[in-house]
Design a protein around this ligand. Structure first.
Ligand SMILES: Nc1ncnc2c1ncn2[C@@H]1O[C@H](COP(=O)(O)OP(=O)(O)OP(=O)(O)O)[C@@H](O)[C@H]1O
Ligand SMILES: [Mg+2]
Length: 328
């Protein structure tokens, strides 16, 4: 059974088809991402899944409940953090949490313990007594995420959880999402148009554009689909290396650009040492070797023919010799 499942989900606003036949299957315990540009239909999709909008057609199930026929059960199963801040900034951080607990009928004693725990997790214990209007954007976001968990939802929806936040705050929020997802054993669905966020955080993701899913898989699978890796070799003997290296049977193609040799191949991490040893045996001195893989940006471009508007910092492509960007 999937914790979330949609079949041919459609949402029209007049002539605009915001969601155009989406089939989603999300497994329990996953962090699942909807990655797409502005207007792709991400918010509309999670609004339907959280019973805030009715679909025009198709079906959607959350925690086994139908979003149209069993909205109360669905609402009890979920927590939501909206794209636009939804805190009361005339109240303190703790009061915002308490009101949420009351709305969801969490008994007072249980609520207190959960609120303390959640505040601790997002490192807001010290500021819990302050009015939310004195909080920074990142603190508000952290409070909202913590609040979404007070009633122990099975599924947490996060709409653009790090939109407009600085790099350090985004990384902290990613850590909270990971820790919370594991600790509370919840399923997290997040929308984002940040490639690095999708890549770093999501177990699986769907690339969505004009209301349709264009591709789906783990970040790794999506990138692998585009073909192999690229090893870039820096050497004074680029001509010689470029000519000879194709004798290695795992090399698919070789390109030389301004003193660099780019070798395309499958499973680069297995072969990068082979290339280094081969060059040494042939007496070709090498200054550096780097391994690259296609980015999600390349994946997005491949499936949509367009570049996504990228506001976040791009992930590092090239690292030191024989290193690969770590992937969770
Ligand atoms: N209430 C509404 N009335 C009319 N059109 C709407 C409404 N809500 C969304 N739309 C339209 O539906 C499409 C999808 O919007 P949606 O908000 O789902 O996109 P999104 O992927 O969340 O984008 P963003 O990254 O900007 O948040 C857009 O063309 C939008 O203008
Ligand atoms: Mg949106």
């Amino acid at each position: 059974m999937y914790i979330i499942e949609t079949r041919k989900l459609v949402k029209k606003f007049g002539d605009i088809v915001a969601v155009n036949g989406i089939d989603l299957k999300v497994k329990e315990g996953e962090i699942f991402g909807l990655l797409g540009p502005n207007g792709a239909g991400k918010t509309t999709t999670i609004s339907i899944l959280s019973c805030m909008l009715l679909p025009t057609s198709g079906e959607a199930y959350v925690n086994g409940y139908n979003v149209v026929r069993q909205p109360d059960q669905v609402r009890k199963s979920i927590g939501i953090v909206f794209q636009d801040p939804a805190l009361d900034d005339q109240l303190t951080g703790r009061e915002n949490m308490e009101i949420h607990a009351m709305l969801y009928n969490v008994p007072k004693e249980v609520a207190k313990q959960r609120i303390d725990e959640a505040l601790e997790l997002v490192e807001l214990t010290d500021r819990a007594k302050n009015l939310v209007r004195t909080y920074s954007g990142g603190m508000r976001r952290r409070l909202e995420i913590a609040r979404g968990l007070i009633h122990r939802p099975k599924v947490l929806f996060l709409d653009e959880p790090t939109l407009g936040l600085d790099v350090q705050t985004r990384e902290r929020i990613w850590r909270y999402i990971e820790v919370l997802t594991k600790k509370e054993k919840i399923t997290t669905i997040l929308t984002t148009h940040y490639m690095d966020e999708a890549d770093r955080l999501c177990d699986r993701l769907a690339i969505i554009d004009f209301g349709k899913i264009k591709a789906e898989g783990t970040p790794e699978e999506l990138k692998k689909q585009l073909g192999g890796d690229v090893i870039t070799v820096k050497t004074k003997y680029a001509d010689k290396l470029a000519k000879m290296v194709s004798e290695l049977d795992f090399v698919k193609s070789v390109k030389k650009t301004s003193g660099l040799v780019k070798i395309s191949l499958q499973n680069g991490e297995e072969h990068i040492t082979d290339v280094a040893c081969w060059a040494r045996d042939k007496g070709i001195p090498i200054e550096s070797l780097t391994l690259q893989e296609p980015t999600l940006n390349d994946v997005f471009l491949y499936y949509t023919g367009r570049e996504i508007r990228e506001e976040g910092p791009a992930p590092p492509l090239i690292m030191g010799p024989m290193m690969r960007r770590p992937h969770r």
